[in-house]
Ligand binder design. Structure first.
Ligand code: C5P
Length: 227
């Protein structure tokens, strides 16, 4: 399907860990013909970088000093830090455990605002935690995508097993719940539904059903068939 977006249409998809945001956002972007921005990957990359330099999440000063040197580039579905492709490294369980600790820092969040907003010049589908609340509050369509913690953990578990990783469901469930708590209760840009957003609970929905709902909402919110 080919869809015309009136002005650069920005669609934000926020929600807790493992709600299927990335998969859904990527498919919506492809269907509508918009670029896709995975902001979780950027937070993961910065966590990977700081952690690799031995800068602890509790080291506020160290983080502030290091930030001006953070050099990230987004290329299709890949992400590089200082020229090194880190797309795989940032998806490991080690980064899962620490990313939220870094992401809670105001200095980190502020340093990424411009980078994220610049991607929206031609419209965008962006997924994360604060896309609709902070980064793109005027987005044409805001979605809050959620599902039960058990379902989200099961999806993550299956994804990792399919990549050949040895993982434990209970451990993933624990991490998902911990990350939710941290993202919801932090002071800076806490995870919460944006004003004017549409809340979608995907617990009993297939990915295709979720994508179809969002694409059809995008149509209602001003996007029309190009042909
Ligand atoms: O989406 P993903 O699970 O890859 O995000 C990893 C972590 O990055 C989240 O748990 C959250 O702490 C942080 N994040 C954020 N704001 C965003 C995207 C991700 O704080 N916009």
């Amino acid at each position: 399907m080919s869809i015309k977006t009136p002005d650069p249409l920005v669609i934000t998809i926020d929600g807790p860990a493992g709600a299927g945001k990335s998969t859904v956002a990527r498919m919506v972007a492809e269907t509508i013909g918009l670029p896709y921005l995975d902001t979780g990957a950027i937070y993961r990359a910065i966590a990977w970088w700081l952690n690799g330099m031995g800068i602890d999440p509790s080291d506020e000063n160290g983080i502030r000093k290091a930030l001006p040197c953070f050099s990230v580039s987004l290329c299709g579905s890949g992400i590089s830090v200082a020229g090194k492709d880190v797309s795989k490294e940032i998806r490991g369980t080690e980064i899962d455990k620490i990313v939220s600790l870094y992401a809670a820092h105001k200095a980190i969040r502020e340093s990424l605002l411009d980078l994220q907003r610049k991607q929206a010049a031609d419209g965008l589908v962006a997924d994360g935690r604060d896309m609709g609340t902070v980064v793109f509050p005027d987005a044409g369509l805001k979605i809050f995508l959620t599902a039960s913690a058990e379902e989200r953990a099961m999806r993550r578990y299956k994804e990792r097993v399919s990549r050949g990783e040895k993982v434990n469901y209970e451990e993933i469930l624990k991490q998902v719940k911990e990350r939710d708590l941290y993202d919801i209760n932090r002071e800076e840009a806490p995870l919460r539904p944006a004003s004017g957003c549409i809340i979608l609970d995907s617990t009993s929905m297939t990915i295709k059903e979720v994508v179809d709902v969002i694409v059809s909402l995008a149509g209602e919110f001003g996007a029309n068939d190009r042909n």
